[in-house]
Design a protein around this ligand. Structure first.
Ligand SMILES: *Cc1c(COP(=O)(O)O)cnc(C)c1O
Length: 391
């Protein structure tokens, strides 16, 4: 049979991360002692009261379709969160709950972009953004950044990338894969450019609560009514409540865009899982005391890893003020990222994600969402690997 694959699907980049990941899993299954730095999710369990609320909903028979955009109670709790934490006055009707932050991003792009449109994405980027833009038939326009600017794009760079076809600017602070956090002033300056040029901002704020060294999160929507009008916030439960498998995220958008997103979702996935939504209500309205504990643990690991990486020959690493990733520069080793990671896995049994997957071939991504003992062991092996390279 000669299967015809749509151009849409055929245009997607094959997942480079998957190759390394499946090899690492195979090595583990073969009984080898592999240290994994690949995790894109917290290594903590979902807090108990959230699980309890979900279990109760299930026991109570809350197992039927809900409104496509989510249950009113959850949309209200999300609107309340934005009011309380971000000073933003969204109506619950402007909140669309989806099957994960990733799904929210995809809905936003599908609802706002089409053939002929350009979407500006700073690199290093979360690897799904450009592929989603391609799925919508639009064109990703990448702005390069480096560790010299802590991977931050400047207003001048953004301005230079904008054309009459620019539809959307993707902002992700704190960032996956770099952990970089824009200051409030930097966020405002980028927002100002978008307001002036009439460009929408998709602001992925899923790592909002994972901040270190006194870093501050400020939503670009919060600077003025004009900023609010130009912004679509994407957020979710995966990171700050460790609910990756629950598949729950949301977006907060100007009313006409929220309506369009709701229409897209109502004809594709319909509502996110009913009883999971009840857990999400508990996540937002219940105690948040898990967070300081997780942050203290993440911060300890981050500080250790930062010093170890900078004490490793051939590597340099800027410290990251958010998320749970470090993004060391490997250019002095003379290896490109895919080669570096393949050899590191082969020789030292350490799995890291090649930066090329995020549009940055001189770097690798290390997640510290794993125990300090693992981090110590893995970084010792990376040091050994780099010392061998020097010989
Ligand atoms: C994890 C993540 C998301 C959302 O993930 P979901 O599991 O789909 O909620 C969105 N953006 C970035 C940058 C992420 O790292």
């Amino acid at each position: 049979m000669n299967y015809k694959i749509s151009q849409r699907a055929a245009s997607l980049a094959p997942s480079l991360t998957l190759a390394i990941d499946s090899k690492a899993k195979q090595m583990k299954a073969d009984g080898l002692d592999v240290v994994g730095f690949g995790a894109g999710e917290p290594d903590f369990d979902t807090p108990q009261h959230i699980k309890d609320a979900c279990a109760k909903a299930l026991a109570d028979g809350f197992t039927k379709y809900t409104p496509a955009a989510g249950i009113p109670e959850l949309r209200q709790a999300i609107a309340d969160k934005h009011k309380r934490e971000n000073g933003l006055a969204y109506q619950p009707s402007q909140i669309i709950v989806s099957c994960g932050g990733k799904h929210s991003c995809y809905n936003v792009i599908l609802a706002t972009c089409q053939a002929g449109d350009e979407v500006i994405i700073p690199a290093p980027y979360w690897l799904s953004y450009p592929e989603m833009v391609k799925l919508a038939g639009a064109k990703p326009v990448i702005i390069e950044t480096s560790d010299r600017t802590e991977f931050k794009v400047t207003p001048a760079q953004l301005r230079a990338a904008i054309t009459p076809n620019t539809r959307l600017f993707v902002l992700n602070s704190p960032s996956n894969p770099t952990g970089s956090v824009y200051t409030p002033d930097e966020i405002k300056a980028l927002g100002d450019v978008c307001v002036e040029k009439g460009v929408l901002i998709m602001s992925d704020e899923i790592y909002e609560h994972l901040l270190y060294d006194g870093a501050q999160h400020r939503s670009v929507a919060s600077f003025s009514p004009a900023h609010l009008e130009h912004t679509i916030i994407v957020h979710g439960f995966a990171k700050a409540w460790s609910m990756t498998g629950w598949r729950l995220g949301w977006c907060a958008a100007p009313a006409p865009i929220a309506k369009a997103i709701e229409a897209v979702q109502s004809h594709s996935t319909s509502n996110p899982t009913s009883f999971a939504q009840k857990g999400a209500v508990a996540a937002l309205t219940g105690p948040q005391d898990h967070l300081p504990k997780w942050l203290a643990e993440f911060s300890k690991r981050r500080t250790y890893a930062f010093h170890q990486l900078n004490a490793t020959p051939g590597l340099t690493c800027v410290n990251a003020k958010g998320a749970f990733y470090l993004f060391p520069n490997i250019s002095q080793t003379g290896l490109k990222s895919a080669d570096f990671c393949a050899r590191l896995l082969e020789q030292e049994k350490v799995a890291a994600v090649p930066g090329i997957a995020f549009g940055a071939d001189d770097y690798i991504r290390l997640s510290y969402a794993t125990s300090l003992a693992n981090i110590e062991k893995g970084l010792a092996r990376i040091k050994n690997f780099c010392q061998q390279l020097k010989k």
